[in-house]
Design a protein around this ligand. Sequence first.
Ligand code: PMP
Length: 286
Amino acid sequence: MRTVYVNGDYLPETEARISIFDRGFLMADGVYEVTSVLDGKLIDFAGHLARLERSLNELDMKKPAAFDDLLEIHRELVRLNGIADGLVYLQVTRGSDGDRDFVFPDAATTEPTLVLFTQSKPGLADNPAAKKGIRIISIDDIRWGRRDIKTVQLLYPSMGKMMAKKAGCDDAWMVEDGHVTEGTSNNAYIVKGGRIITRHLSNDILHGITRAAVLRFAREAQMEVEERAFTVEEAKSADEAFVTSASAFVMPVVEIDGVPLGTGAPGRVATRLREIYLDESRKAAV
Ligand code: PMP
C-alpha cells in the first residue's frame, strides 16, 4: 500500500482524508504539478515548483509550504514508496471553510489543502510507444481561457482522451480558430524541413516545463526553432511531429487524423530530442 502525504502527515492511502467541502472537490479550485522520477531522482523539480508558484499567484492562493519543504516531501515519498521510476503528483486547493460558497473563503483563516502521492512506473523512460510513435486525432478546443494556469479542471482533456480511444488512437490535439493549441496533456510540435515548430506561449496553452527544456536543448544543438501557431493541415503535411510532457518526455507522433507523417515511423528530430532530453535530465536530476 502506498504512503501518501496530506496536510503535514504521511499516511497509508486508505487513511488519507479530505473534507467534502474542499473547494478542489466542489469547484475544481485547485492546481497541481506532476514531476517525473528516474533512478529515484526528481526531473526538473525547480521548473515544476516555479510553475506551481505562478499558478498559485494567478489564482490568489496561498503557498502551502516553502520550496525546501516541498522538495523534502517529494523525496520522502519517493523513499517511503521505493520509487525508482515513476511520478510524484502534487495538488494544492484553496481548502475548505466548512461550507459551499462561490465566494473565496478568507485566506487568513482557511488553510490550503496540500496532497502528494507517488505513482510507480517501472521502465518509464523505455516506454515502447516511443519506438512506434503515437497516433492522434484533432478535436475542438473548448476549454476555458486560462490554460496557462495548471488547474485540476481536467474533464475536457479527459473526454479528449476518450474520443481518441474511441477512434482507435492514442491521444488528441486540440484546435481553436483553425490552429492547434496543444495535446490533451502535452505540448504539440511539428517538424518541417528540419525546423521545429511549436505554438508560442500565451494564456492559450500550458507553459510546459518539458517544452522549455526541450526547446533549450534543441537550440543548443543548433536546431532551428519557430514558436508560432500551426494548422492541422500544416501538421498533416509535416515531415514529423511529437509531443512533450513531464511523464512522456518527448513522444513521436506518427499519424494525425488517419494521415501518416513522413515514413509513418518516429522521425529523426523527435528521436534525437528524446535522447538528449533523457540524458540531460538524468544528469540534472535531484
Ligand atoms: N499541456 C497540457 C494541457 C498538459 O496537461 C501538460 C502536462 N501536464 C503539458 C502541456 C506538458 O507540461 P509539462 O511538460 O510541464 O508536463
